[in-house]
Write a protein that binds this ligand. Sequence first.
Ligand code: ADP
Ligand code: NA
Length: 373
Amino acid sequence: MTPLIRIIGSLNADMVSVTRRFPEPGETITATSFTTSAGGKGANQAVACGRLSRWKSSATHSASSNEPIRVEMVGAVGGRDAHFQSLLRPTLEQSGLDTARIRTVDEDYTGVAVIIVDSSAGGENRILFSPGANYSGMQAIPDVLSTGLAPPIPDVIVMQGEIPIETVIGILREIAKYKDASGKKGIEAGPEVMFNPAPAPPGGLPEDVYAAVDHLIMNETEAELMAPKTEELLRVVPAVKGAGLREQVAQYFHKLGVTYVVITLGAKGVWYSACDAGTAIAADGESRFTNEIPAAKVSQVLDTTAAGDTFIGGYATHIARWRERQRQSGHEASKRERYQVVMDEAMKRAGRASARCVERQGAMDSIPWEDEI
Ligand code: ADP
Ligand code: NA
C-alpha cells in the first residue's frame, strides 16, 4: 500500500514586493520588484511532503527504491479570483499533490499574504495575512471536521495554525475519539498527527486535544508562546519547577498526551523529546529519550523562509515510509527503536531538507526534492 499523508491547512497567494527600505506611515515609495507565488503554511508543508518523497526528474525516479508517497491537501480557496487555478493548483500538482479535497468558496477570495522584503536589511520582512477562504471555507462544521478521518485513513495528518483554531480543535477531538474507540495500539491505532502551532494560538489549545497530537513541532518562539503559565504548568507537572523552558514544555505536553515534542533551533539544529504519552518523567533513555541534533551543513544562508515547513515535510515523509515498512514487516517496533533510531533518522533527513531550503531564495520555490537531499 502507498503511504498517505493528509495536510489540513492554509493556501495563500503570496504577493512579494522588494524595497530598499520600508515605507513610513503615510508614505508611498516605489518597489524594486514584485512577484506572486503560491504559499500558505499548509500548502508549503504539503509541497514539502510531495517533493521530499519524489525525484525532481521522474525519468530518474524509477531507479530509486522508494515509491512516491500519496499526499493530499485539504483546504479552501476563493472563487472571486483566479489564484487557485493560475498559481496554486499548477504548483501543487507539479509537486505531485492530490488537490481533490480543496474546496472553492464562490463568494470569497483566496487567502493572501502581502509581504514586503527590505533588501537593505538582510531581507527582513513584514507580512500581512488576509485569510479569506482559509477561514470562511474551513469553519468548524461537520463536513470540515470529518475531513481528517475521511477514508482512506491517512498514515500521517499534518495541521498548523492558519485555519480557524476551532476547526483544528474539532478535528483533533474527532481523531481522539477515533483512536479511543479503535482499542488498538501502535500504527494500527490510527493516523499519526503532527501539529505545528504556527502561528501559535493565543493561550494555546484546550488541554484535552493533546491526546490526539502525536508530534508537536515548534520553533523556539512558538515553544515560548505555547508554554503554559507557571501556575498551570505546575498543576500538570509539579516536578518541573525550576527546570529550563525545553524541559518544562516537553514534560507538560507529554503529560497531556503528546509522544514527540520537537523544538527546531534555527542554525543550531533541533532538540526533541520522546516519551510515553500521558507520563512526565526525567529522561531515562528507556521510557523517555531526549536528543539534540546539529543542523546540516549549508554552503551559504540565502533565505530561511519555509525552512520550518521544509523540516516538517522531511519529518512527515520519513514517518509515513517507516509506517509502511512496519506494515509490510508485521514486526512491532520497540520504544527504543522509535524514540531513538526512527526519530534520529527523521530529524537528520528533515535537517538535510531544510538546509537545502535556506541555501535558496524564495519560499515554496526553495523546497527541495528527494533526490536533492
Ligand atoms: P522556522 O523556519 O519555523 O522559524 P527554524 O528557524 O527553527 O524554524 O528552522 C527549521 C530548521 O531549518 C532547523 O531545525 C534547521 O534544521 C534548519 N535551519 C534553519 N536555519 C538554518 C541555518 N541558518 N543553517 C542550517 N540549517 C538551518
Ligand atoms: Na522559516
